[in-house]
Design a protein around this ligand. Structure first.
Ligand code: HEC
Length: 232
């Protein structure tokens, strides 16, 4: 979960991340220090008078990150509480009911789309098999992880060549942690296995080990008409 240098292809966008990345594992960090000094754009104690084009801030990316953060935090909190209160079997039911609900709530609140996906065949919920752009990105993540890169350090931010109406797409790798093994590991207790199969008969999301890429969180930010807010 330590921030790592980003792949070269992401450096360009990474230099623009700067603000608001500190609490997102895998984004920002040591590799992107080049232009990461906010002071470059702000004289301490002086209001900014020139309406500079957003060189060091990116509202779309900020939104994507804020939503991703909200989603992971809420989901993790809910899962941990369920595990504590009812054990993994009960937590399966809660995850089943609440993961989509949390996603819905965060999407509504942040005005964008997000979710979690896994490689096809390694997904639990049938709709959470990565498709088109998600699949390309997730496969690239998997390749990087196979080559020794940390699963939790995988990040991709896309702005070019997107369909109309979409300003930005972001994807972030999800690493398998010890706490995930009860439901995603190689040896799943029988009652948990049954609870999973009762809801996900085609489950493919087991057999993961700590450090493996479990899947990815994706975010899609819609294009808005007001981009700068200072149009004359
Ligand atoms: C109590 C059992 C349980 C535990 C523990 C658990 N999960 Fe899951 N996981 C589920 C269930 C159930 C789903 C399907 C949820 C849904 O319907 O969206 C799921 C779905 C997912 C997905 C979405 C892709 C897919 O396969 O559908 C990811 C990614 C994921 N889990 C990652 C993790 C990670 C990372 C951890 C540990 C931090 C973890 N899970 C711990 C039960 C669990």
């Amino acid at each position: 979960m330590t921030p790592r240098p980003l792949p070269a292809t992401l450096l360009l966008v990474a230099t623009l991340l700067l603000v608001g990345t500190a609490c997102l594992p895998g984004i920002g960090g040591t590799g992107v220090a080049l232009s990461s000094n906010p002071a470059m754009h702000q004289v301490p104690g002086q209001p900014q008078l020139t309406p500079e084009p957003a060189a060091s801030t990116d509202p779309d990316l900020d939104r994507a990150q804020a939503a991703a953060q909200a989603f992971s935090t809420q989901l993790r909190g809910r899962l941990q509480a369920a595990m504590r209160d009812g054990g993994p079997t009960a937590a399966v039911a809660i995850c089943n009911a609440e993961a989509p609900a949390i996603a819905e709530a965060v999407m509504g609140e942040h005005g964008l789309r997000l979710g979690r996906v896994a490689l096809p065949g390694r997904n639990r919920h049938p709709v959470q098999a990565a498709n088109a752009w998600q699949l390309t990105t997730l496969e690239a993540f998997q390749q990087a992880v196979d080559g020794g890169a940390p699963a939790g350090g995988q990040v991709a931010v896309m702005r070019e060549g997107l369909p109309d109406g979409i300003a930005l797409r972001m994807m972030r790798g999800i690493v398998t942690e010890p706490g995930c093994l009860a439901c995603h590991g190689s040896e799943i207790a029988t009652d948990i296995r049954q609870a999973i199969l009762a809801r996900y008969p085609d489950d493919g999301a087991t057999g993961f080990a700590v450090g493996d890429l479990r899947g990815a969180l994706w975010v899609e930010v819609p294009a808005t008409t007001a981009t700068t807010g200072d149009t004359p």
